[in-house]
Ligand binder design. Structure first.
Ligand SMILES: [Zn+2]
Ligand SMILES: [Zn+2]
Length: 275
């Protein structure tokens, strides 16, 4: 999957100069991601059990129990740190310190991954402080290092999920919240999982975070002169979700990349008081 990212990234860099820095950094990582082959962990879930689980609204896995190749993720994190630490970024000292930790403390990357998967922001922040890195940078690198291992899992189990029967605002595979949405050419809305990248259909007029369907609470705004992107918000829970309308684009990039290429919309949403 990650090999396919490069042409999309190159096109997005041309089309959205404002996102150039974020995309160029990610391009370096995507090249390294394409070079590793995580192992698949055997997964056996009886169909009957799965059907019942799904009916009750349980995702296939919980984030903390995803059967992932952590060694591959740790190796990849090391490669990221080597690569980015050598690029003369402002935080290259911190990146080098983090590399030392990963190399010398066999458990350090494991703690980082556990913090990320367990959504333990405090644990991630503590690790970041140890090496003088911005917690968001460490979080991003850790999540991206996990991505190929998660993709392998997704390739194995995604076909088992009956998404037409899933009506939740969280991911049917890993239970995470969506970070992005899209309108398919049919007009149907799909949500995109912030962790595993799974996509599933969800009603257009409903907040995925608090489930409200009260129209007066739901709204959207657009960035000026930027057709095809909207930020949908909910005045009930004050959450927002960036949404791309695929009807407007000849070729849309994978939503993971679109999310990176639209960081300015996150800033706009946060300025308006949404989170
Ligand atoms: Zn997911
Ligand atoms: Zn809401």
């Amino acid at each position: 999957m990650t090999q396919d990212f490069i042409p999309h990234i190159d096109r997005l860099i041309q089309q959205r100069p404002a996102s150039k820095t974020a995309l160029e950094a990610f391009r370096e990582l995507a090249i390294l991601m394409a070079q590793i082959t995580p192992a698949t962990r055997p997964v056996q879930i009886e169909k009957r059990v799965r059907d019942v689980q799904q009916k009750e609204g349980f995702p296939l896995f919980s984030r903390a129990d995803l059967p992932l190749d952590m060694d591959a993720a740790s190796d990849l994190l090391k490669k990221f740190l080597v690569k980015l630490g050598a690029t003369g970024r402002d935080d290259s000292e911190g990146l080098k310190k983090a590399l030392k930790q990963v190399e010398h403390d066999g458990d350090w990357s494991g703690r980082l991954f556990k913090g990320i998967l367990g959504q333990d922001g405090k644990a991630v922040a503590e690790l970041a402080t140890e090496v003088n890195l911005d917690p968001n940078v460490l979080l991003f690198l850790g999540r991206t290092a996990l991505r190929p291992s998660i993709q392998v899992l997704r390739d194995t189990v995604s076909g088992d999920i009956d998404k037409s029967q899933w009506d939740k605002g969280y991911c049917p595979l890993c239970g995470s919240q969506p970070d992005m949405a899209c309108f398919e050419k049919t007009g149907r809305r799909y949500l995109h999982c912030e962790l595993c990248g799974e996509e599933w259909p969800y009603p257009r007029i409903k907040c995925p975070f608090c489930n409200t369907e009260e129209q007066e609470k739901l709204g959207y705004f657009e960035a000026e002169e930027e057709e095809g992107f909207r930020v949908y918000f909910c005045q009930g829970c004050l959450r927002y979700i960036k949404t791309i309308d695929k009807k407007v684009f000849e070729e849309a990039a994978p939503l993971e990349l679109e999310s990176l290429a639209t960081l300015h919309l996150d800033l706009l949403a946060q300025e308006k008081g949404f989170k």
